[in-house]
Ligand binder design. Structure first.
Ligand code: C2E
Ligand code: CA
Ligand code: CA
Ligand code: CA
Length: 275
């Protein structure tokens, strides 16, 4: 009866079974990806509005499975987190980004995304120290981008880790700001340097008064807390003009450049800074 029951399930839900099989092969592919050298780090410029030049590049992970095209992280970062590989891959991203950035012009920092899972345990401080030491990149040229999931844990150990990282001279940005649930009191207590305004508010700027009010409120809040603001996902000149008027400090988006491989960075900087 069990047998036929299983057979029944199979017949009834072939889609679910196919999803499960896809997921298992994705996991298997991801487990070997680091050793096979299939990961790449691409960089997207962040432009300072006052100086009209590139002051930072965000490191964004890409996966190129053998024989296939480039895979963006939306579909695999969460899997890396679930199978416990984000620590290893995250450390590789940090080392790679610091090594690349050490050869960039001195005025250009690098920003690296750190998953909340990387704050579990006490490895992160050592990983950051090692990446800086091996690359020779000064700490003041590294930013870490964390999400609200990190600070929502409200954990004394995480608080201490962030303090130690900032004491080295590394700056910390709160990513995707406005999409989560962080209360204003968290913002005041947590050791942060920057707020990144989520793309959903930036893309709303064209038509929506609500989005304009939200961005205005974030900029005002950030100023009162002495935090810099970075708007992500800027795609149009109109959005850029509005962000300028609203007093945003830095901008990032396809209007300037999509994320590109490190080899293309000199040309990208030349094009943007020279414009
Ligand atoms: P994020 O940190 O919010 O990164 C910004 C995302 O917006 C990137 O997607 C970037 O390519 C995209 N983007 C930039 N400008 C524009 C624009 O003008 N229009 C539109 N439509 N999109 C734009 P990407 O590279 O696919 O990364 C997705 C997310 O994956 C990131 O979101 C970040 O949360 C995560 N991620 C990427 N690399 C890493 C990493 O090394 N470690 C960790 N933990 N997470 C990463
Ligand atoms: Ca980010
Ligand atoms: Ca972001
Ligand atoms: Ca985002």
């Amino acid at each position: 009866a069990k047998e036929s029951g299983r057979g029944c399930l199979r017949r009834f839900d072939p889609e679910m079974e196919q999803r499960l099989r896809l997921r298992q092969s994705l996991e298997a592919d991801l487990r070997g990806a680091l050793a096979r050298g299939e990961f790449e780090v691409h960089y997207q410029p962040i432009v300072d509005l006052a100086g009209a030049r590139v002051v930072c590049c965000e490191a964004l992970l890409r996966w190129r499975p053998h024989g296939r095209g480039l895979v963006p992280p939306g579909s695999f970062i969460s899997v890396l987190e679930e199978i416990g590989l984000i620590g290893l891959v995250g450390a590789w991203v940090l080392r790679t980004a610091c090594a690349d950035a050490a050869l960039w012009p001195e005025g250009v920092r690098v920003a690296v995304n750190v998953s909340s899972a990387q704050f579990e345990g006490d490895a992160l401080v050592g990983v950051v120290e090692a990446a800086l030491r091996e690359s020779g990149l000064p700490a003041c040229r590294l930013d870490l981008e964390i999400t609200e999931a990190v600070i929502l844990n409200d954990d004394a150990a995480i608080f201490a880790t962030l303090h130690r990282i900032r004491k080295m001279g590394v700056r910390v940005a709160l990513d995707d700001f406005g999409t989560g649930y962080s209360s204003l009191s968290y913002l005041r207590r947590f050791p942060l340097d920057k707020l990144k305004i989520d793309r959903s508010f930036v893309s709303g700027l064209d038509g929506s008064h609500a989005a304009t009010s939200i961005v205005q409120a974030i900029v005002t809040l950030a100023r009162s807390l002495d935090l810099r603001t970075i708007a992500e996902g800027v795609e149009t000149q109109d959005q850029l003009d509005r962000l300028c008027r609203l007093g945003c400090d830095e901008v990032q988006g396809y209007l300037f450049s999509a994320p590109r491989p490190n080899a293309e960075l000199p040309a990208m900087l030349h094009r943007i800074d020279g414009a």
